[in-house]
Design a protein around this ligand. Structure first.
Ligand SMILES: [Mg+2]
Length: 311
């Protein structure tokens, strides 16, 4: 893939500097609906397939239809507090049977990034059990000794405290320079009822704030590393796939940077209001009210028992 690799700092800059005087607003009603069947479908999970513990309208029938149509499917999440097996179990429990191989999240991408690029490094993961378990299983060396740490991994860690911040500080400033990387660039994780929880960007911010270093690698959306890992798993080029998600700065940004078709669903973070000030270059290929609109009606009509009444 030949796309320019954005750094997490770029992502922060983008989210900090919204366009306030767009020369042209995003034509909310213009994109229409997809008119073709793709070989592969990549879906974000939260806000796209489900919200909290509830499947979103049309999600189950869509996945069932894609399987009948023999399409390749991959679920993609930036959340590193669960393993792919945890996500597969949740999807199955909600009514969408899934195996861990059909899920890619930042636990898996951070692990594979380290195995591929820094297999000999000693890392200090500021993260939760699924991440540290995956690193241990992959044979990545971990330490809390600042003098031994080569890479500090700032992740979504609800057990983050001053002791961990001090270890990161010492590894980077006192004994370093250790490198600072993150699993995902999300500022917060949305929760049902409009609530949220500080995510990995909060940990990155704390470490950047006290050390003055910038985080140099993100292994989640929108980084091309995440998309490359997804396409590798599907065995398809970007041109044969559609990325669908609810977040402009991660799901849709990643697809745009790769020149890939994308669909934004309005069932999660993004509201129609937010699209009104969005420059067309930052917009998705399609905007969907519900996820099963990703499949053209001409295709739905070929499926037994599938009609609009089934929605
Ligand atoms: Mg989402």
């Amino acid at each position: 893939m030949t796309t320019t690799r954005p750094r997490i700092g770029d992502q922060h800059e983008r989210t900090r500097s919204p366009v306030t005087t767009p020369t042209e607003s995003y034509p909310v009603s213009a994109p229409g609906l997809p008119d073709r069947l793709a070989a592969g479908y990549i879906f974000d999970l939260d806000g796209t397939i489900y919200l909290g513990e509830d499947l979103l309208p049309g999600a189950r029938r869509l996945i069932e239809a894609l399987l009948v149509l023999d399409r390749k499917i991959l679920f993609l999440s930036n959340n590193p507090t669960r393993s792919p097996a945890d996500y597969a179990a949740k999807l199955t429990r909600l009514g969408i049977p899934a195996t861990p191989a059909r899920v890619l999240n930042t636990v898996a991408t951070m692990t594979s990034w380290l195995v591929r690029h820094h297999p000999q490094a000693t890392v200090f993961p500021i993260g939760e059990a699924p991440l540290t378990r995956a690193l241990a299983t992959a044979g990545i060396r971990m330490s809390e000794d600042p003098s031994a740490i080569d890479i500090v991994i700032a992740s979504y860690d609800r057990g983050f405290d001053y002791r961990k911040l001090q270890i990161a500080f010492d590894a980077i400033r006192t004994h370093g320079p250790a490198r600072l990387v993150t699993t995902n660039p999300d500022r917060f994780c949305p929760l049902p009822g409009g609530r949220g929880e500080p995510d990995a960007a909060a940990i990155v911010g704390a470490i950047e704030g006290c050390t003055g270093v910038r985080c140099e690698q993100n292994t989640g959306k929108p980084d091309p590393f995440m998309l490359d890992a997804a396409l590798e798993r599907l065995g398809l080029p970007a041109s044969d796939c559609i990325m669908t998600g609810d977040r402009l700065t991660t799901d849709i940004r990643m697809a745009i940077d790769a020149g890939m078709s994308s669909a934004l669903v309005l069932t999660g973070e993004t509201t129609p209001e937010m699209l009104k000030t969005l420059p067309p270059a930052d917009g998705p290929t399609w905007v969907l009210d519900r996820i099963d609109d990703i499949l053209p009606w001409a295709v739905w009509s070929t499926l037994p028992g599938a009609d609009r009444a089934a929605r």
